[in-house]
Every structure is written in C-alpha cells, then in structure tokens.
Design a protein. Structure first.
Length: 441
C-alpha cells in the first residue's frame, strides 16, 4: 500500500468512527425544511449530500477543506520557478484533509507518471468517431473505452468485501487522473492539429505535461494550466458533474463509469459548456460591433440588446454565489500579470464593469456578478488555444480531481445507494387539499 493510500485509510477510519457516533447521538435531528417550490425547481438549496472535499459559501466562494483560493495560491507547493499552485497539491488536500509539502506533491506527480499509460484500444476507439464529433463526446467515449482497465470492476466480479471497496476505488481513481491528460491531449491534437501527436514528458508535472502534450511550451501557459486545473477541480457536491459521479458511484458502478456519467453532465450548456458560450458571445459582439476592443458604452448597449432578445449574458450569475466568483478574480489577476494589453482580456474586464449594474437595475437577478466561466476563455485564446469547443474538456480533466477524491471518500465512508423519494403532481394536489401527506410527517 502506498504512503498516500495509507494516510487516506487512517483519515477514513477516524472519520467513520466520528460519523458513527454523530449519527448515534443526532441521527433523528431535522436539519432543514423542503418547500414545494424546491421539489419542482431542481431541489435547489436542499441539504441532502455530504461532500468532504469542498464547501461553497455564498459570500466567500469555494473553500477546499476550509482553504480559500487565495490561501491555496499562497500555501500549496509550486513548480520549480513557478508561482501558481500545483493541482497535485490540491488533490492531496481534498483526499487527506491536510496541506501537503513539496515531497508529498512530488510523490503524487511520480505516481501519476507511472500510472499514465493509455492502452492503444482507447485511441482506436476515439479514432473510430468522425473528426467532427464534439470533443466532450470523444472525451467521455475515451473514458468508457478505458473502463476495460477498471480494477474495481474486475475485483467485484470475483467477489469483494465491502470493507475493501475503498482501496480498489482509490486505485481506479489514481489511474484515471493519471491518464486523463493523455486522452484529452490526444483528442485536441486529433481534431485540431492534423492528428499529429506529442509524446508525454516524464520530467514535467501533471498540468505542465498536459500543456506539453497539447503542444503549448510557453512556461506561462503551463502556469495557467496549473492555476486552471486547481480552481476548476471541485465546487462542493451538489453541482451536476459532482452529484452525477456520486450518484452513479452509489450503485457501485466503477470510477470509470461514474466519471463518464459526470462528464456527460458537465457537457451541458448550463454547466461546463458555459465557458464555451462566454467566448462565443464575446466573439459575436466584436464581430457585430466591428472592433477588437469595444468601448464600455458599446458593451452596455450590446448587453441590453442581448437581454432584450430574451437571452442571458453568459458567465454572469451563479446558483449559490452572491459575490464575484473568487475563481474569476484569480484569473483576472493572472491576466493582469501576464497579458494586461490583450484586447480580448481587456474586453472581459470592461464587460465586468458593464454587466453587473445593468443586471442589478432589473431587480430580478440574485447574483449579477461574474462566475469562473466569464474569464477563462480569454486567457486561453491569448496563448492560441482558440478552439473553444475544447474548453469543456479542460474543465473535465480538472473536475476529475474533485469528483474522484469524493468518490474515494464515498466508498471509504460506506455511503449507500442514493435513492430519493419522488411524488406525482396528483399526489401534491391531494396534499394541498389535506387528503394526503407527501412529506411523511
């Protein structure tokens, strides 16, 4: 058993004992009330999940094991001569619950390097798809093709004790994380770079090697990938990709099947596809206004036109946040440091000044502030990654860190099959007439 796996087991054993005692003493306590509107409108705000890796605060944004993004940028280990946190460090923090040191992070990098081999049949399966296929479809197909390598599926078929689930899931999660950059980079080079592929560089860290395999050798782009992979990794357990991975995993589907399901959720326009929609909207605005750098006045008028057509301004608003997303702020600071004169990046900043006051004036918007998707595309375009259909794949590689760390905890804590109760509208009407009690009180 590896050193990180042993540490995780120690943490999981202690957490299991704590939760068992907590439920023994408080298991019947009510922690919230469900309204009829929540039942019909996406279960918004209903507390019904435990996800140990991160927590979303409506004012402060995401916290990973209690640490904010600015704190992580300061405290997590960096690459040599780098200033951005290594995603290996964030994964360690989410999994173990403690900040890693440089040795822990270097160990994780080497473990992922050793586990990174992708079988040829995975590439063959991707190649069987038309090159016009959306990159997220290729990505989930690649993950499904890789499912042949699942340790959990093989062990479960032979007979596996419940107490051993966590260890095999951990191994699958580590294999998946190690191999995802290779699959994603293969898709990028196949679809956009004439099928000319680049071999991995075993001397680079996880995110740096991903940048290399895509064909980007600029050191600041590697830094951007380290930042991007860190800040997109998790957003507590209720978002679509995290919840879907957890839900499918609760049926004891192996991590490959579970992650593929989560990535299909991420591909939706209301989730991970939003970063693609932001850059598309800005490109369309610049084309209509016939300028690379629209004035703030022009942006205001274009925003009003967008809203007047019954559309939304992509990248603005969030289901939980009520202030500017700190992930947006982190990317804005990166832009100011490395590309302050870029017209597209400046446009993002001008949109940031223009949009919130307009949305606030409508009086119906709970959160008029930008989320993480409002900025990421402009940074990527600056370095030449202009294929915005691919942006969600980047998001997916990053999000795998959080959802797979959570899946390890799901199995370590013995979480059961997830099965919420549903009702019909006819039963709701009976309840409203006092003829039935759908809440079971």
């Amino acid at each position: 058993m590896g050193v990180i796996k042993e540490r995780f087991k120690e943490k999981a054993d202690a957490a299991n004992a704590e939760i068992k005692e907590l439920l023994k003493e408080n298991g019947n306590k009510v922690i919230g009330e469900v309204t009829l509107a929540q039942v019909y409108q996406g279960m918004r705000g209903i507390t019904g999940l435990v996800s140990e890796t991160s927590l979303l605060d409506s004012q402060e944004g995401i916290r990973f094991r209690g640490y904010s993004i600015p704190e992580l940028q300061q405290k997590l280990p960096k690459a040599k001569d780098g200033t951005e946190p290594l995603p290996e460090g964030l994964f360690y923090l989410m999994l173990i619950g403690e900040l890693p040191d440089d040795e822990d992070v270097h160990h994780l990098t080497s473990v992922w390097q050793r586990r990174s081999h992708v079988p040829n049949h995975v590439f063959d399966t991707i190649d069987a798809l038309p090159v016009t296929t959306h990159p997220m479809t290729m990505f989930t197909v690649g993950i499904m093709a890789l499912q042949t390598e699942s340790n959990f599926a093989k062990a479960y078929a032979k007979g596996l004790s419940k107490k051993d689930y966590w260890g095999i899931v951990y191994d699958d999660a580590m294999d998946l994380i190690a191999r995802l950059p290779r699959i994603a980079a293969y898709i990028y080079r196949r679809k956009y770079k004439n099928n000319e592929h680049i071999n991995p560089n075993g001397l680079l860290d996880w995110a740096g090697n991903f940048a290399h395999m895509m064909g980007f050798e600029d050191e600041t782009f590697k830094e951007l990938m380290r930042l991007y992979m860190t800040i997109h990794a998790d957003h507590e357990g209720g978002n679509v990709s995290a919840h879907t991975t957890h839900l499918v995993g609760s049926a004891l589907s192996d991590p490959f099947l579970s992650l593929a399901a989560g990535m299909n959720g991420l591909a939706g326009p209301l989730h991970g596809l939003a970063n693609q929609e932001v850059i598309k909207w800005i490109f369309e605005m610049r084309e209509e206004l016939k300028t690379e750098l629209p004035s703030k006045e022009q942006i205001v008028e274009y925003v009003k036109k967008t809203l007047g057509e019954g559309k939304v301004v992509p990248g603005y608003g969030h289901a939980v946040l009520r202030k500017t997303d700190p992930r947006f702020t982190a990317q804005m600071e990166f832009g100011k440091k490395h590309m302050a004169d870029d017209p597209l990046v400046q446009t993002v900043w001008n949109v940031y000044e223009a949009v919130p006051p307009i949305l606030q004036s409508l009086g119906k918007i709970k959160n008029p502030w930008p989320n993480v998707d409002a900025h990421s595309g402009a940074l990527l375009v600056h370095y030449g990654l202009v294929e915005y259909e691919f942006y969600t794949v980047l998001f997916g590689v990053s999000r795998a860190l959080g959802v797979l760390a959570s899946l390890c905890w799901d199995r370590a804590l013995g979480f059961p099959l997830e099965r919420p109760k549903s009702v019909t509208t006819e039963l709701v009407k009976k309840w409203l007439r006092g003829e039935d009690n759908i809440w079971g009180d």
